[in-house]
Design a protein around this ligand. Structure first.
Ligand code: FAD
Ligand code: FES
Ligand code: FES
Length: 484
């Protein structure tokens, strides 16, 4: 198997013949004369490596998104426009408006973080023509600066985006689109190098055959988990099968009673739909990682990875989500609460993959909420995450309470004892208080660097109390204010 990864960089098509597929975009850039993007953490946390990818949207226009180059494998940018800090100034040296604003706002000191901030701002410049402060904070939450301080950087963001004019990338769009069209592929990409192979099928059928024929292969969606296996654990991934080129897996179907989310849908693609149809979950998804992570990471990857601290699963468990699993084209549907068997152990059989996630929407009268408690608001991992779906009968008693918890057990799980303790009870503060000890039978949390076992056990209970208060008209003190 031989092949080339092709992408647009510096105004021309670049072809890389049979790279080791686990070479990261950052490693390739720095080894090929582009040292502007920096390596701070090599795990997606600091944003120093931020680059911008461009591809063609359904409307034929260019879509720009910031990503962390340190955890992105080179073949994953096949067919895309890659922009780094070296690309922004014009040939005559004139700086891009976001660069000018960084200079005039004195937003850089040692400069190590600056290329990453500039690229995050450039992505904002091209995704939001008049960003409000919330959007600016969101666009920069994945970038850390250890010396300048954030105030001048926020000033630069405001200055760059006030009275936004078309930049030279807007004016060159036609030419860029033509270059991207010239490297558009119909046949699947396959490359091998350094003893590792990478396949990017284009249809679900191709994917299903490939996965069934290579049961030991590693599936990769956004690589926001897998990237770290390589950069931090030094793992060798002999065969990678990439899901993001399968168009069907990017579909989000909206039904009156449910959403069906393809396994390659990124959080950024999902968020606008969630804001309309399931705003409680949108708030939580908006706190997964930061924008660079949400631009690559997928709900499918979160669920399949099965981390006990994955943030989407508590909500999906409470809502009664099911997974459509595909093995060589044969499909089965499995409830998420039967998917996990233990720490990172799931019901996925060798050669099988998650094709879609079915998310039932709360019915009229049902009450749903989900909360993540972490030390920082953005770019942080949950100490505890919980979700609740409540159905009351006509007498105000609990007809059903479905729960989902993360961070308190070896896997995301429902709190069966708690659910049973409240079934048929009046939905009152007294009944909730009486049921809380059941949570100690459900979970025995551990102590780690994020939280102690006692803190986790207490927060797990307090979140149920908060849910009770929020459903009965009284709102608890804001946890975000306390932990944001
Ligand atoms: C800086 C940073 C911050 C983060 N913050 C959060 C956070 O706040 N909350 C949170 O929950 N997570 C967080 N994560 C973890 C990660 O972003 C999520 O778990 C994400 O959803 C993974 O999706 P992905 O597409 O990148 O998965 P990948 O890394 O591509 O894959 C993850 C795993 O799932 C498997 N897989 C992927 N798709 C499928 C499929 N369709 N079928 C079967 N197996 C599949 C892969 O083989 C792999 O085992 C963070 C990660 C980083 C780097
Ligand atoms: S080097 Fe820190 S996010 Fe990439
Ligand atoms: S300018 Fe030094 S880390 Fe930001």
């Amino acid at each position: 198997m031989t092949g080339s990864v092709r992408f647009v960089l510096g105004g021309r098509v670049v072809e890389v013949r049979d790279p080791d597929p686990t070479t990261t975009v950052l490693q390739w850039l720095r080894a090929n004369g582009r040292p502007g993007s920096k390596e701070g953490c090599a795990e997606g946390d600091c944003g120093a490596c931020t680059v911008v990818l461009g591809d063609l949207g359904a409307d034929g226009r260019l879509r720009y998104r910031s990503v962390n180059a340190c955890i992105l494998f080179l073949p994953m940018i096949d067919g895309k426009l890659l922009l780094t800090v070296e690309d922004l100034a014009a040939e005559d040296g004139e700086l891009h408006p976001v660069q000018k604003a960084m200079v005039t706002s004195h937003a850089s000191q040692c400069g190590f973080c600056t290329p990453g901030f500039v690229m995050a701002l450039f992505a904002l410049y091209h995704t939001d023509r008049a960003p409000k402060d919330d959007a600016i904070h969101d666009a920069l939450a994945g970038n850390l600066c250890r010396c300048t301080g954030y105030r001048p950087i926020l000033d630069a963001a405001r200055a760059a985006t006030a009275d936004r004019q078309d930049d030279r990338f807007d004016r060159a769009e036609e030419g860029i689109v033509a270059l991207l069209e010239s490297i558009r592929r119909d046949a699947p990409l396959a490359v091998s190098g350094g003893g590792n192979g990478f396949h990017a099928p284009r249809t679900v059928d191709e994917l299903a055959k490939l996965v069934a024929a290579n049961p030991g292969a590693t599936l990769v969606a956004g690589a926001t988990d897998i990237g770290l296996w390589v950069t931090k654990q030094g793992r060798r991934l002999a065969t990678l099968i990439h899901l993001a080129e399968v168009a069907e897996l990017h579909r989000i179907e909206e039904h009156p009673d449910r959403l069906e989310v393809g396994a390659a849908v990124t959080y950024t693609e999902l968020l606008p739909v969630l804001r309309r149809r399931l705003p409680e979950l949108a708030d939580l998804v908006g706190r997964i990682g930061a924008v660079q992570v949400r631009n690559s990471g997928t709900l499918g990857g979160n669920v399949a990875n099965g981390s006990p601290i994955g943030d989407s699963m508590p909500a999906l468990l409470a809502l009664g989500a099911t997974l459509v699993l595909n093995h060589g084209g044969a499909r089965r549907e499995l409830s998420l609460d039967r998917f996990y068997h233990g720490y990172r152990k799931s019901d996925l059989k060798p050669g099988e993959f998650v094709e879609r996630i079915r998310i039932p929407l709360p019915k009229p009268g049902q009450m749903f909420a989900t909360w993540k408690v972490s030390k920082r608001r953005d770019q942080d991992i949950s100490a505890v995450c919980a979700a609740f779906l409540l159905t009351l009968d006509e007498g105000g008693r609990v007809a059903e309470l479905r729960t989902g918890y993360g961070g308190v057990a070896a896997m995301p799980a429902r709190a069966a004892a708690l659910e049973a303790a409240l079934a048929g009870q009046p939905w009152t503060a007294d009944a909730v208080a009486a049921a809380l000890p059941a949570l100690d039978r459900d979970f025995q949390p551990i102590t780690d660097m994020r939280a102690s076992d006692r803190y986790r056990a207490l927060v797990a209970k307090n979140l149920l109390v908060r849910f009770h208060l929020s459903t009965t008209g009284a709102e608890a003190p804001s946890l975000e204010a306390a932990h944001g």
